[in-house]
Design a protein around this ligand. Structure first.
Ligand code: NAD
Ligand code: ZN
Length: 360
């Protein structure tokens, strides 16, 4: 098929306090009393009764607290799948991810790997998943990545950082309750929010742009400008709007691609474990050449919110290490092609990436 037949999240609830409805949403989806709902919850919420007391638990349902200190790995997905298989006689009724991009991606990946043979690393790529996933629900607690809406779950494997992109990846149900984001620390709010902003810039300036992507990207871009540059938005409005910006930013790249910042930030993440939001910011800060207007506005936003980026994270790396990052980055061909067109190899050389990384 030459046109992508794109699956979307089939059900979504939006609204402050909508998290209270989780029990009503899940009840009809319980397969039987031996098939539990397994909740993956960011461990930042451990002991947080405001959130956890509203997670409905019956029969063998279970909450697994998971740290988001490191981004998801294929080996971690395999371990979680094994634990679930060993523990329960039946496959779960559903996997529910409650957290940021890290936890949402783990929930997606585990729900896929519970019904597909082999290891998670075998499915990194495009359309390799054969069997439909277990019913899975995404409940974001921080806004920006678009992981709640996307067709991918980004995983670091033994030899690459690459998503499981498939028709079975998107959530069956998403609950967008902006109130859940109220305690996100300011710097993290900015970094993950900038992931959304950068999705928009990369999509809107890319060669893959089309009216579908543009319509979502422009809306998300407008919302980001309002949230990060204007004064006078109430906290509630700001949380509501950033949650929708994330959604639209994710939709915008569904039918297009990200670009240079993502390609280079994947390199940082692979070698140094730099997290996605901050990694994108570190890279984007050096990309005036590719995105002059987008970077200028980004710098204004950083200044307004008094955000400091780490400096010199690559300056002491060896050439071997830099080459690993360059390999990861340059291998993401669709991202470069979206950013610079079919002849991107004429502008993007290893030396060019080397020089850029050295500045970060
Ligand atoms: P994250 O999930 O790692 O969360 C960032 C930090 O915020 C963590 O320390 C977490 O504990 C904390 N946090 C989350 N919610 C909180 C809350 N309500 N209160 C207090 N603290 C809270 O970061 P992220 O930026 O949301 O996600 C990054 C991940 O998303 C990366 O692994 C990246 O690869 C992935 N990603 C996926 C997609 C996709 O389409 N699947 C797109 C972009 C990024
Ligand atoms: Zn991103």
């Amino acid at each position: 098929m030459s046109f992508k037949n794109y699956p979307m999240v089939s059900r979504v609830i939006f609204g402050r306090g909508s998290f209270n409805q989780l029990s009503d949403v899940l009840q009809p989806k319980r397969l039987n009393t031996k098939a539990p709902f397994v909740y993956f919850v960011d461990d930042v919420f451990k002991g947080n009764a405001w959130l956890t007391s509203r997670i409905p638990l019956s029969y063998d349902d279970e909450i697994c607290y998971i740290s988001a200190d490191e981004e998801p790995k294929t080996s971690q997905v395999d371990e979680l799948v094994e634990q679930i298989i060993l523990k329960y006689k039946e496959k779960p009724s559903g996997i529910i991810g409650i957290g940021g991009g890290t936890i949402l991606d783990l929930a997606k990946a585990v729900s896929i790997m519970l019904t597909n043979p082999g290891e998670a690393k075998d499915y990194q790529g495009w359309d390799l998943v054969v069997n439909p996933a277990i019913y899975h629900v995404g409940i974001p607690t921080i806004s920006g990545t678009g992981a709640e809406v996307s067709r991918t779950t980004v995983l670091t494997g033994p030899d690459k950082k690459l998503g499981i992109n498939s028709d079975h990846t998107p959530f069956d149900q998403v609950i967008l309750d902006p109130e859940l984001t109220k305690d996100v620390p300011k710097a993290q709010w900015f970094f993950t929010g900038m992931d959304c902003y950068i999705h928009c810039v990369e999509s809107l300036t890319g060669t893959y742009l089309n009216a579908f992507s543009q319509s979502y990207g422009e809306k998300a871009f407008e919302l980001c400008k309002e949230i990060f540059l204007e004064d006078g938005l109430s906290e509630n409005d700001s949380q509501d709007k950033l949650m929708m910006a994330s959604w639209h930013g994710g939709m915008s790249i569904a039918y297009s691609q990200v670009g240079v910042a993502h390609a280079m930030s994947y390199g940082l993440s692979y070698l140094l474990g730099t997290k996605h939001g901050i990694g994108n910011c570190i890279v984007f800060n050096q990309l005036e050449e590719f995105y002059p207007d987008g970077v200028a506005l980004f710098k204004t936003m950083m200044k307004k919110h008094d955000i400091q980026l780490p400096q010199g994270i690559c300056k002491d790396l060896t050439d071997t290490e830099l080459n690993i990052m360059i390999d990861v980055s340059i291998g993401l061909e669709p991202l470069w092609e979206n950013a610079l067109g079919k002849n991107w190899k004429k502008t993007i050389t290893r030396q060019k990436l080397y020089n850029l990384y050295k500045k970060m």
